[in-house]
Write a protein that binds this ligand. Structure first.
Ligand code: ES4
Ligand code: ZN
Length: 326
């Protein structure tokens, strides 16, 4: 089999996907029509041509605008099912997906509408394909601690539909420690903890995500290579990093995919995984990320096997499910 074929066929888990980032331009327009929402773009092509990002913020502005078409539970269901269908085609067997409730509750959409629509699609994917799935609620770090606490309060009746919490949005100027008290409360609720850190921000944000938030996984984390002691710590603790190659390329974290440090992370002994982040915006789903990374870097089939294995070992699966998949 060719390496490409191995990458496509191997069973894998996806651990870093923002479900709002799976909203394709065609679906944005269809939902805008269905809901009578006006869009500041004349066509699907006009919207797609706005996808030329220079950094994280230039992307987030368009990503939040795209999410404005989501109003009804059915919209959240349709978006999630479209993603899960593509994930199944990519042989994803387990997914832990992020959602951003504040992006919706701030527009008057009820928390229940968001979580019920996404959760029902995940349930249907389990029945249809045996794919397991879980929801990670993210706090928007550019908003206040108080707003994060209010979001957690709104989530309490849905505690059983969540596997964990995360931290996303604009990284610079919003260090993890801003949410130390919120995360402490979440830990008390038995939720798993993850945080975006070291995407655009400094390695110090990875350190405080570990020390102050007690994050069990770091999303992105590619900036760790600037701090050898931090790399050693991540290796020693076996803290997984959920790496997103095409995202890093499109948001100019690395100028070229050939410059990406995925191979260096693996060779250092870090539990790195490959993920899609916001596939509708960054030019591809999880297999596209694997194929692009393997074309750009001298990665081998042993690395492919390692990455697939890491994706399950880093997942918040029950120990018996984990043993079955490893
Ligand atoms: C995100 Cl790429 C990225 N970084 C931080 N927050 C995000 N939310 C959605 N995509
Ligand atoms: Zn992300």
């Amino acid at each position: 089999a060719t390496l490409r074929n191995i990458l496509e066929k191997m069973p894998k888990a996806e651990l870093h996907i923002h479900i709002e980032g799976s909203l394709e331009p065609e679906l944005i327009f269809a939902l805008a029509r269905r809901n009578g929402v006006a869009l500041p773009y004349a066509s699907v092509d006009a919207l797609r041509s706005a996808y030329a990002f220079t950094d994280l913020q230039s992307f987030l502005d368009i990503y939040y605008a795209g999410a404005s078409v989501l109003l009804a539970e059915e919209d959240f269901y349709d978006m999630t099912m479209a993603y899960l269908q593509r994930a199944n085609n990519d042989n994803v067997r387990h997914v832990e997906l992020f959602f951003d409730p504040q992006t919706h509750t701030s527009r008057g959409v009820a928390f229940a509408t968001v979580v019920n629509g996404i959760h029902r699609a995940v349930q249907d994917a389990r029945e249809k394909w045996g794919m397991t799935g879980a929801l990670i609620m993210c706090f928007l770090r550019h908003l206040s601690e108080e707003e994060a606490f209010a979001t957690l309060e709104a989530a309490l009746p849905y505690r059983d539909k969540l596997i964990g919490v995360g931290l996303d949005s604009s990284e610079r100027g919003h260090p993890p420690e801003k949410f130390a008290r919120v995360f402490a409360r979440c830990k008390g609720l038995g939720l798993h903890l993850v945080a975006h850190a070291g995407e655009e921000g400094p390695p110090a944000y990875i350190t405080t995500a570990l020390d102050d938030l007690h994050a069990e996984r770091i999303d992105h984390g590619v900036a760790c290579m600037q701090d050898p002691a931090l790399v050693q710590r991540l290796v020693r603790q076996q803290t997984p990093l959920t790496v997103c190659p095409l995202s890093n390329l499109k948001l100019c974290v690395f100028k070229r995919l050939q410059d990406h440090n995925l191979l260096a992370l693996l060779e250092a002994g870090i539990v790195a995984t490959v993920n899609s982040d916001d596939p509708a915006y960054f030019g591809g789903y999880i297999n596209d990320n694997f194929i692009a990374a393997f074309e750009a870097l001298p990665l081998t089939r042993e690395h492919a096997r390692r990455l697939a294995r890491n994706s399950f070992s880093a997942a918040f699966l029950a120990p018996e499910d984990k043993a079955r998949r490893l």
